[in-house]
Design a protein around this ligand. Structure first.
Ligand code: DLZ
Ligand code: SF4
Length: 515
């Protein structure tokens, strides 16, 4: 008797899961199972993603589907404009499960609580696989966090160094005798020093087709398509990575926090989007950087600074996200309710630092961490923007932004809206910080050395206004003790003038005026 052909199983591969190492590929069999990849309006529109982000994901998905087919997989690829496209991931999964009569549906943990919830409630029994592209699983983080009073990144980071064995001496002590060289990552840029030339990637026929599709379907989204030059395959991502190792990593350590006019990248790797969608592998990156240090091609502050971002901060924020969602997204510790100023979508402001960072964001879908934290983020914090509004902005405009990484960074680190759960003090700063770490102020219509008057840098009065209006919450924070002492030492007239200038700036924002 001939046994019946087993029913086909179906595996879902999302647009940020483009890795050949997914467990799902090991659980399924190319000879009889099928994979589903789908371009859907709901994912592209739940915030108005930068058009280049949609191009990156669709083009990388199409390239990955082709590679999977070359490896013998049957891939059902649903393009955005396919006639029967239901428009959502759960919808496509239901449609294809029924069409194939699949008896099992396999999925990998999602990067976003929202989508994972939609899949869990989507009416199908699913077989879930862990996302092993991270060093620390959700469960391991939960176990680390359990019973701790304070979840400081520094202690988590040390655990990850020990777990990975990265940058350790044979006796398991940290290379160089100290775990964290953050203090050696803050040099201001010497005048005239520029970042290296950029690795740029041209468009093949797949990317050209996607560019046309996105231009047609997402003309209502903010951001330009013109400069799209990002890697869309694993091979291209490797070239971008190699370029960083050769040309930028040696200076990355010193100038990690520096900013300069007309220099969107400086010595940053620009690999975060490729890493977050699966085109690069975390362990390989860390091993390559460690090797560069051991072979004396780069200094320890560069190697440690880079590895800390990857196995420290990046893994830590992911852990926090899955520990605290969904209520984390609702936190609003300062009860902010101000709308996002329109210039976040245009760059049309006289504040040079803001117009530079927003301008490059709209042009490239990129800004580096200090630009995000200390310019656009700092302004949103000082101006009391509603956390949801600024979080959605970051999620939309950056090519590398997915909720698991964007939300804790913005809501927690930038906005301090979680009441200090993630950071022990808000990263509030006056124009002086921006002046020290950049050359933006030289080309600005505002005077960074003034805090009151029409020409005064808006960051200055807003900084003091922020501290005054939240004195009840922040006044007892030991890390702000010196700052509050300085405020106390000011004479009353000065404090009043700063408050009034802050009020005037906020009133102008509320009236929809640019600054
Ligand atoms: C960001 C994104 C976009 C724009 N489009 C798609 C898509 O059409 N299909 C898809 O599978 N994934 C897309 N993504 C990535 C998903 O939004 C991402 O998987 C979730 O946000 C979870 O991280
Ligand atoms: Fe930014 Fe103020 Fe400097 Fe102008 S003066 S660039 S607004 S920090």
């Amino acid at each position: 008797m001939v046994s019946p052909t087993p029913a086909r199983r179906l595996g879902l591969v999302l647009g940020d899961q483009l890795s050949f190492d997914l467990d799902l590929f090991k659980a399924l069999d190319p000879a009889r199972d099928a994979l589903l990849m789908a371009e859907v309006h709901s994912e592209a529109r739940y915030v108005r993603h930068h058009p280049q982000k949609i191009v990156l994901i669709f083009s990388a998905m199409r390239h990955f589907a082709a590679r999977l087919r070359q490896r013998g997989w049957r891939v059902i690829y649903v393009a955005l404009d396919d006639a029967d496209n239901s428009g959502s991931i759960p919808g496509e999964l239901r449609r294809w499960q029924a069409a194939l009569n699949a008896d099992q549906v396999h999925v990998t943990e999602c990067g976003e609580w929202r989508l994972e919830q939609a899949l869990r409630e989507g009416g199908l029994a699913l077989i879930w696989h862990a996302d092993r592209r991270f060093l620390c699983s959700r469960e391991q983080f939960r176990a680390w966090a359990a019973g701790r009073r304070s979840l400081r990144m520094e202690f988590f980071y040390r655990e990850m160094r020990k777990k990975s064995g990265l940058l350790l001496e044979p006796d398991a002590s940290p290379c160089g005798g100290t775990w964290n060289l953050d203090a050696d990552n803050r040099k201001a840029l010497p005048k005239g020093l520029r970042g290296p030339f950029q690795a740029r990637f041209g468009h093949d026929s797949i990317t050209r087709e996607v560019l046309a599709l996105v231009a047609r379907c997402f003309s209502d989204h903010y951001g330009s398509l013109d400069a799209f030059d990002y890697p869309v395959t694993h091979e291209q991502a490797q070239l971008l990575w190699q370029h960083f190792l050769d040309f930028a990593l040696p200076a990355f350590g010193d100038y990690q926090d520096a900013m300069a006019d007309g220099e969107p990248f400086l010595f940053h790797a620009r690999i975060s989007a490729a890493l977050n969608i699966g085109l690069l592998d975390l362990r390989q990156l860390c091993d390559d950087v460690e090797r560069a240090y051991r072979e004396k091609r780069v200094a320890l502050n560069a190697a440690e600074g880079f590895i800390r971002q990857l196995i420290g901060w990046r893994e830590y924020v992911r852990g926090i996200y899955w520990l605290r969602m969904p209520e984390y997204a609702e936190l609003n510790g300062f009860a902010n309710d101000r709308a996002l100023p329109a210039f976040y979508w245009s760059g049309a402001t006289d504040m040079r630092c803001m117009s530079q960072v927003i301008g490059q964001t709209l042009e490239l879908g990129y800004a580096h961490h200090i630009q995000r934290l200390m310019v656009t983020g700092n302004f949103a914090l000082l101006a009391g923007i509603a956390p949801k509004a600024i979080c959605d902005w970051y999620l939309a405009v950056y090519l590398d932004a997915f909720d698991w990484v964007e939300l804790p960074n913005t809501l927690g680190m930038v906005m301090h809206a979680d009441g200090g759960y993630l950071g022990s003090k808000p990263y509030c700063a006056s124009g002086r910080y921006i002046q020290r770490m950049s050359d933006y102020c030289g080309g600005c219509r505002y005077r960074v050395d003034q805090a009151t008057g029409n020409d005064a840098c808006p960051f200055n009065a807003l900084y003091w206004h922020f501290l005054m209006r939240h004195q009840r919450q922040l006044g007892g924070n030991p890390r702000l003790a010196l700052t509050y002492r300085n405020l106390q030492r000011m004479d009353e007239a000065r404090r009043e003038a700063l408050w009034q200038r802050g009020e005037e700036l906020l009133t102008r924002l509320d009236a929809g005026q640019a600054l």
